[in-house]
Design a protein around this ligand. Structure first.
Ligand code: FE
Length: 145
């Protein structure tokens, strides 16, 4: 029987390669993605298997998918010099279809500190897909904006 040895990619750009498996979670080399248990998670970001997409060619970031622009504000411990602060929005590019999670990773912000996410003034979560022109605010403090 033909085994599907396609690579699958997480939203964080991690690529599952069946030829390598994932020894960190006991997945031996040669395991097709379909045979990876549903309990398996991305070894880089912890997203569930269901978030993975079959990879076509090179990783999506290099695939020529259109970029969108979002504006980002960061508060207190989320502030990162030259990346985002509380004074004004800093514009950043992400690929179309990127989530708040992708943005936080791309900017290397401390995701473990992140408590509240606002997109265009409405409270959202890490899985929210960003749209061109969105205003994103990231805060480590609940209810203090
Ligand atoms: Fe991931």
């Amino acid at each position: 029987m033909e085994r599907n040895m396609d690579k699958y990619q997480c939203r964080c750009q991690y690529v599952y390669d069946p030829a390598k498996g994932d020894p960190t979670q006991g997945i031996p080399p040669g395991t097709p993605f379909a045979d990876v248990p549903e309990t398996w998670v991305c070894p880089l970001c912890g997203l569930a298997k269901s978030y993975f997409l079959r990879m076509v060619g090179t990783p999506t970031s290099e695939q020529g998918r259109p970029f969108i622009k979002v504006k980002v504000k960061c508060f207190t411990t989320m502030v990162k010099a030259d990346v985002c602060d509380y004074r004004g929005s800093t514009e950043h590019q992400v690929v179309e279809g990127a989530t708040v999670h992708d943005l936080v990773e791309k900017l290397s912000l401390p995701i473990e500190a992140l408590k509240i996410i606002f997109v265009n003034g409405l409270e959202k979560d890490l899985d929210t897909i960003l749209q061109d022109g969105d205003q994103v605010a990231l805060s480590p403090v609940t209810g203090a904006m």
